[in-house]
Ligand binder design. Structure first.
Ligand code: CU
Length: 125
């Protein structure tokens, strides 16, 4: 879901819910345009080698079906600087973690990606 506010915390704005999603290879993930003015785009350098990137239109639902195992980092282009980012883990495969961590981000995206990746490393996300 692409939301303007976190369901559980009205102070948190512009989020993907859930921020970390675990799926099996070949599962379809639907991004719902629940609130206006968001999209979902995979982030260059943050998807496994050979995986298909995506770039959804703003305000349109989007279905992605990742088949290559690994971590996929993605962003909302209008709210990237504000930290509207998320992770998909396919096949419980963290083998591209080091590569994903190398990518640099502006503003709150840096902080939020770092927090999400820490959750993954701790096995709590
Ligand atoms: Cu957004």
């Amino acid at each position: 879901m692409m939301l303007n506010a976190d369901c559980t915390d009205a102070n948190v704005v512009n989020v993907f819910e859930p921020a970390i999603l675990h799926v099996n290879p070949g599962d379809s993930i639907q991004f719902l345009a629940t609130d206006p003015s968001h999209n979902s785009a995979s982030k260059r350098g943050m998807i496994p080698e050979g995986a298909e990137p995506w770039n959804g239109a703003v305000d349109e639902p989007l279905v992605v079906t990742p088949t290559v195992p690994g971590i996929y980092g993605y962003i909302c282009l209008p709210h990237y600087d504000w930290g509207m980012v998320g992770l998909i883990v396919v096949g419980n495969d963290l083998s591209n973690l080091a590569q994903v961590k190398k990518v640099r981000h502006p503003g709150d995206a840096r902080k939020n990606f770092r927090a999400l990746l820490k959750q993954l490393e701790r096995g709590t996300g």
